[in-house]
Design a protein around this ligand. Structure first.
Ligand code: RUB
Length: 355
């Protein structure tokens, strides 16, 4: 693993580019260093990509999906197999390592399965290697296009002078580029409407203050940061007109899994009659599972007992640290996707999105 600082890469895109593939190497922004340093890391071994997903170097549902796909592309290049069967076996092992990194965002399994399918269709070792790399690269490009489509649909829901609350980071940094919830915010601004954003800092690992605030400032979008505990205050004061968040998994019933804290924001928004929108690509939908099947990732205690590496709790304190929560469909106003906007009743509207 090497570090490079390459501002050029960022400048070639109107918004940040989170992951790229160049000369058979995966390049990604090290999100653990933001906002203090914009640093890129390079990987040529899929095990390093798996560790990067686990340690939040790259995070956000679509971004970890594409990272998984690039991880499989690296595994294909790393494989010394001489036969199709041998290569598929190596890819199967890599799939398992990459899949086991984070359990909640369904985009990871979606992306890995899509690449495995491409591999199985190939006729021999060189064509499989080539087609796996091309499919991963295509997936990355599609991600940006998907977000732009989502942005267009979503922008219609916002008005001039809206103040939009968002949680966690569902932006360029959670995707390959442009973003889902922040993509809708970008598209609203690009359509000429004046908007402001309120970002929650998103404890415990601060994706809101470290990433969303950084990203929106980078793009010149008016953003104010609040502590997570200030959500009720700002909503009760009438300072928020709409909420938009991303998602890690959406069930066919409209149950939305997203960063811990999303559920309480949805509850307070409902109390104050503020529309609560979710923006996510179709790859975030899990049409098979029921709520009891979804695994909520539990992360290490030190994320809660320390802030920026500094201890803020007594030693050996018990900690509960779920990374995600579930917002029930009755608290969700609309779900914005690249295929259009799903409105309640979600069982019917989500089904239509896939037809
Ligand atoms: C990320 C998170 C984001 C969604 C965004 O959590 O909860 O809101 O992944 O997804 P983490 P999308 O930082 O722990 O990965 O971009 O599809 O809306």
């Amino acid at each position: 693993m090497t570090n490079i600082f390459d501002e050029q890469l960022t400048k070639t895109h109107s918004s940040l580019r989170t992951i790229d593939w160049k000369n058979n190497i995966v390049i990604m922004i090290d999100q653990t260093k933001l906002p203090n340093k914009l640093e890129y890391v390079e990987f040529s071994d899929y095990h390093d990509v798996a560790n990067a997903i686990k340690n939040l170097v790259v995070r956000g549902a679509p971004a970890i999906g594409v990272s998984g796909a690039f991880g499989l592309a690296l595994a294909a290049l790393q494989s010394k197999a001489k036969t199709k069967e041998g290569l598929l076996e190596d890819l199967g092992k890599a799939r398992k390592v990459l899949f086991e990194t984070r359990p909640t965002a369904v985009n990871l399994a979606w992306a890995l399965d899509r690449i495995m399918m491409v591999a199985k269709e190939g006729k021999d070792v060189p064509t499989i290697k080539e087609s796996v790399i091309n499919a991963a690269k295509k997936m990355a490009e599609e991600d940006v296009q998907t977000n732009k489509k989502m942005g267009k649909h979503g922008a219609e829901l916002f008005e001039n002078n809206d103040t939009i609350m968002t949680h966690c980071n569902a932006g360029a940094l959670a995707t390959v580029g442009y973003g889902t919830a922040l993509g809708v915010i970008r598209a609203t601004k690009e359509s000429g409407k004046q908007i402001k954003v309120i970002a929650t800092e998103t404890r415990p690992v601060m994706q809101g203050s470290r990433l969303t605030a950084f990203e929106l400032k980078h793009d010149g979008i008016d953003v104010s940061l609040i502590a997570d505990t200030a959500v009720g205050y700002v909503m009760a004061k009438g300072l928020v007109t709409k909420v938009i968040v991303g998602a890690d998994r959406i069930l066919r019933t409209g149950h939305v899994y997203n960063k811990i804290g999303t559920y309480q924001i949805a509850l307070i928004a409902r109390q104050h009659k503020i529309p609560f929108y979710v923006a996510a690509p179709l790859s975030t939908f899990d049409l098979k599972s029921n709520p009891e099947d979804v695994i909520i990732e539990q992360r290490k205690a030190s994320e809660v007992t320390a802030v920026a590496g500094k201890k803020t709790a007594p030693d050996d304190i018990g900690v509960i640290n779920p990374a995600f929560d579930m917002t029930p469909p009755e608290l969700v106003t609309y779900i914005i996707t690249e295929a259009g906007i799903a409105k309640p009743p979600f069982v019917e509207s989500i089904k239509k999105l896939f037809e």
